[in-house]
Structure formats: C-alpha cells, structure tokens
Design a protein around this ligand. Structure first.
Ligand SMILES: [Zn+2]
Length: 426
C-alpha cells in the first residue's frame, strides 16, 4: 500500500477511536443506570416465576426449549453464509459473474451482487425460520396463514435487499470518487441516515405491514388522551393496528413527533385486556416520549454507525483482507460480500451493548408508568398477562437475557413495582 493509503487508513482508525470514546461517554451519561433507591427493609426478591401459575411457566419454558436452539442456529448459519462469501473468493466470483451480462458496469454489478447475496442468505435460513413459525403456530402465538408468512418474508427481504444495495452503491461510489477520504463521507452519511431513518421508519415501514384505524370514541379513548396530557406529551390520536392478522402478542407504542404524535394499540389488546392494564402499557410508552428515548437511541445509533463506518474504512485499507475476499479496493464491486460480512459482525457485537442500554431505558419507562397511573396492581397484572400471552419465560437464563434481552425480565419488572410500592407507602 502507498504511504498516502497508509495515512488514510491510520486517520480512519483514529476517527473510529474518537467516535468510540464519544459513544461510550453518551451511553454512560444518557443511560439511567439506577432508578429507585433501595426501599426500607431491602429490595423485593426477584421471584423466578413472577407469580405465574406453574403450568404457565412450564409452557413458556417448553417453548423456549424449542425456539432458542433454532434462534441460535439461525444466527450462526447467517454468519456462516456471510463468512463463506466474505472471506473466500466465492463471493467475489459470484458478484463478478453477475456483472458479466451487464458489461461489468459497476453500479449494476453492485446492485445485482447485493440483491443476490441477501436473497441467498435469506434462503439459507428460510427452513429454520419456517420451523420457528411452525412452533409459534403450535403455541398459538402466530396467526399468520402460510401465504401471509411468505408475503412477509418476501417484503422484508425486498426491503432489506433494497436498503443494503443502496448503502453499498453509495459506499462504492464514494470510494471510487474519493479513494482516500470516502470513509469520512460515508461515516457522515451513515449518521445522517440513522437520524432520517428514525423519523421515517414509522411513516414508511409500519404501513407496509399494518393498517390503522382511529380508536372509537369512548371511555378508553378519553382516558388515554388524558393520560398523555398528564404525562406532558399530548397526542393527536389513538389508533388501532390490525396486528391480529399475524399475532396474538399484546403491544402498543407511541410514534410521530409534536402535533403528529399518536398512540397505536394492537387490536389484540382490545378484546379481553381490562382498560387499567391498557393504560399501564400506554403509560409505559408515554414514558419513552417523556424522556426522549427515541432521541437518545438515535444519537447512540448515529455515533455507532459513524464509528463503525470509520472502522470499515480502516479494515478496507488492509490489503491482506481485501486479497482474501478477492477485491482490489473499496471501490471494486467485488468488495460487496466482505462489507456485508463486516456489517453482520458489527451488528452481532453491538447487540449486547444496545440491549444493556435498552433494559435500563425500559425500566425507566416502567417507573414512569407506575408514577403516572399510580397503579402497581394493574402494572403487575399486565406484566403477568404479557408473559402468559406472549408465552415468554419470566426469567430466562442469565447469558441469554444479557445478550438478547431488550427489556428487564417479567420477574424483574414485577420486583421493581414491589419496590416502588414500598417506597410509595413510606
Ligand atoms: Zn418500552
């Protein structure tokens, strides 16, 4: 590599390190590490069964025993396929072969190569996904017909392939125009995309899977609008999503900003969940709004994305790695399989960090729900109902929870409500 190339790679590594430090600082400062003081007499014990009947816990554990190995296998197989294409010449040969009919024009070669790799990766893991869907059907968790499942797989694969192809087109285009500084432009672009994406996601992705209707006027609607008002985050509307076409899971969320902010309820909530429990869920979601959790998530995501791209700039300046993948430079379309592997590895490594932050942010939203509704009984009932309906293990194995758990366990959430109650009584 030339001296200038080495200088560029070193600059990329330096920028990645600076962004990494900034990321650690933002995470340290913005994460609510501790929420409640220890109540007099000590914290409530975390009961493994979360107060659920033994049969309910046994059913959840049986489902976990069926689904956890499949989830792990899915993850590992996806990585293995990425590694096969990214670390051998197989991927670069595939991309080059797809480029031949289009005269090796680089934009089309990148586009075809990316789409092919995304589709092959999806097909490889499809049997495991189908098995997972069979298990979810068996436990009554999924209500999707097989044609609808196939449509969902096709739509999400198409979205994935389209977005990945656009990202890689931008990366290769920048690397061809600015061989030494492309990573700096790409890092800025990635950060900007995270920001734009978090605003556009609810507008673009949500409607691709669900349709929404306003919740009919009545006591629940009035109560929820009042709750939002009281939380200091008024909403424009309460909508119902037709989630029951796919799932029996119970959920709600708040999306939009300012005057377009709305509460969305899954229609699965409306059939047999009491109003005070729906209010508890919505109060939790309003907690995310009250503490600007989307903003924090966006900031962390933007810093992480920019840092990861700078790191990518350093790695793609490393000749032995490029040679192994069968590519000449970051501007060579044959670099696509290697970039896809590196992105998959980055996502894998960032998962436990994201979930660590998420669990604390979720606990803070729980606390907001308890303060806003002043109803620990409804909160605890809702947690038990969520665990039972979603057939989720109230206390999964510690390593699993540490890596994959985006929320505190049901047992931990109930223990926090107990602490809150005892502090409230004081
Ligand atoms: Zn939440």
């Amino acid at each position: 590599m030339s001296a200038a190339g080495r200088g560029s790679a070193r600059a990329a590594l330096l920028v990645a390190a600076v962004l990494g430090v900034a990321l650690v600082v933002v995470i340290a400062v913005r994460t609510p590490w501790s929420l409640l003081p220890t109540p007099p007499g000590g914290a409530a014990p975390v009961s493994d069964d979360a107060g659920l009947p033994a049969a309910v816990v046994a059913r959840a554990e049986a489902l976990a025993a069926d689904i956890r190995p499949a989830s792990l296998a899915n993850l590992l197989l996806g990585l293995a396929v990425s590694a096969l294409f990214g670390l051998t010449r197989l991927g670069s040969r595939l991309v080059a072969a797809l480029g031949r009919p289009v005269g090796q024009r680089w934009p089309l070669t990148v586009l075809l190569g990316t789409v092919a790799l995304v589709v092959v990766g999806r097909l490889a893991t499809l049997p495991i996904s189908a098995y997972g869907e069979v298990v979810r059907h068996r436990y009554g968790l999924s209500t999707r017909s097989w044609p609808l499942w196939l449509r969902d797989v096709a739509v999400s694969t198409a979205i994935d392939a389209g977005l990945t192809a656009l990202g890689l087109l931008a990366l290769v285009a920048l690397a061809r125009r600015a061989p030494r500084t492309w990573w700096a432009w790409a890092a800025g672009g990635a950060a900007a995309l995270v920001v734009v994406g978090s605003f556009l996601y609810p507008v673009v992705i949500e409607p691709a899977f669900n349709s929404f209707t306003p919740l009919a006027a009545g006591q629940l609607r009035t109560d929820l609008l009042e709750l939002a008002e009281e939380s200091g985050t008024p909403v424009e509307d309460v909508l119902v999503a037709d989630a029951s076409r796919r799932t029996t899971a119970l959920n709600a969320y708040v999306s939009g900003f300012g005057s377009t902010r709305r509460v969305v309820l899954y229609d699965t909530l409306l059939s047999d969940v009491p109003d005070d429990e729906i209010e508890s869920i919505v109060a939790h979601e309003l907690g995310h709004v009250a503490t600007d959790d989307v903003l924090t998530g966006t900031l962390i995501g933007a810093l992480g994305a920019a840092g990861a791209v700078a790191l990518l700039g350093w790695l793609l300046g490393w000749t032995p790695l490029l040679r192994r993948a069968g590519a000449d430079s970051a501007g060579d379309p044959r670099v696509v399989p290697l970039v896809m592997l590196l992105v998959a590895l980055g996502t894998l490594v960032s998962t436990p960090v994201q979930n660590l932050v998420s669990r604390h942010v979720e606990a803070r939203a729980d606390l907001h729900a308890l303060d806003l509704t002043d109803d620990a009984a409804a909160f605890e009932e809702m947690q038990r109902r969520l665990a039972e309906t979603n057939v989720s293990d109230p206390s999964p194995p510690v390593p699993w929870q540490w890596w994959f758990g985006s929320h505190p366990t049901a047992a931990q959430r109930i223990a926090m409500a107990e602490d809150w109650l005892r502090l409230d009584d004081r």
